[in-house]
Design a protein around this ligand. Sequence first.
Ligand SMILES: CC(=O)SCCNC(=O)CCNC(=O)[C@H](O)C(C)(C)COP(=O)(O)OP(=O)(O)OC[C@H]1O[C@@H](n2cnc3c(N)ncnc32)[C@H](O)[C@@H]1OP(=O)(O)O
Length: 282
Amino acid sequence: MEFPFDINALFPEQISVLDQHLAAGRKSSGRGDPQALIARVIDELGKASAKAQQLPAPITSAAKLQTNTHQLYLLKDGELNGGRGVAVGFLKVGYKKLFLLDQRGAHVETEPLCVLDFYITENLQRHGYGQELFNFMLQHKKVEPELLAYDRPSPKFLAFLKKHYDLKEGVPQVNNFVVFNGFFRNTAAVPLRKVPSRKPEGEIKPYSLVERDVVREERRVLPWPFVRPGGPLPSPPVSRSLSVGSSPSRTPPAALHAHTRLSDNCRAKRTSSLNRSQFGFQ
Ligand SMILES: CC(=O)SCCNC(=O)CCNC(=O)[C@H](O)C(C)(C)COP(=O)(O)OP(=O)(O)OC[C@H]1O[C@@H](n2cnc3c(N)ncnc32)[C@H](O)[C@@H]1OP(=O)(O)O
């Protein structure tokens, strides 16, 4: 995604880790307030992500980032757009308190790191950028992919997780999050924040109200999947499957460190692909 200002001046690193302060490590050498320009990049990427996922409104924006404790990894390609750089995409993660079901169907109260939003601009998808961004986050957060919770992953994202990290056996949940088999097997290594068993009433909702749900709340009276008295079961808000891999079959857990083994492949693929697709950026 191109912008009418110098992306390289705004984001000195190939991947910038942004939080509520909207600072990317260096003051812009161009015109304008760096924070406002960073906000503009986040807002445009957030809008494009929502459109790609057919969400009614963006779940990622500068304003939302400023009022949460989420982290947003922003990937640029500094060589494109005549050396001014382009914003390639972003990955947003954050901790969420969740009730999850383990393989035996028992409720587990957790606070895992969750993947909340993930987007690579359309014309750069399937070039390895997504894997580069995801691997960076895994290393930055020191976490393995099966130890994360995924907020309503799209079909493309599920294909991505299966291909790159061998994540395919999901543990069925009643909320919108997807976790994979290794999530519960490796709880010793999970950056789970153990939540005290006794919580004030209502602090944790049986149905986790997250950003995607807040968007939906603006259009609905009752949150899915609760049924209106006497009414039919409402449909999910978007036409994406809400859980995956409910097969009872058990396969060996995904090999740890798969992402590091694959990172070289992803770079090689992207480099060759880029030669065919460096035109027509939005
Ligand atoms: C919790 C959430 O954030 S859910 C929302 C996820 N985001 C979206 O769905 C937005 C649109 N999609 C995208 O932005 C991207 O496709 C991402 C972020 C899912 C993946 O980023 P990419 O740069 O495309 O991934 P990368 O190139 O590293 O890996 C490619 C693999 O991802 C999967 N993938 C990517 N695009 C597609 C697609 N159009 N159809 C099917 N699978 C896809 C495939 O497994 C693909 O491997 P393949 O080309 O050999 O089939």
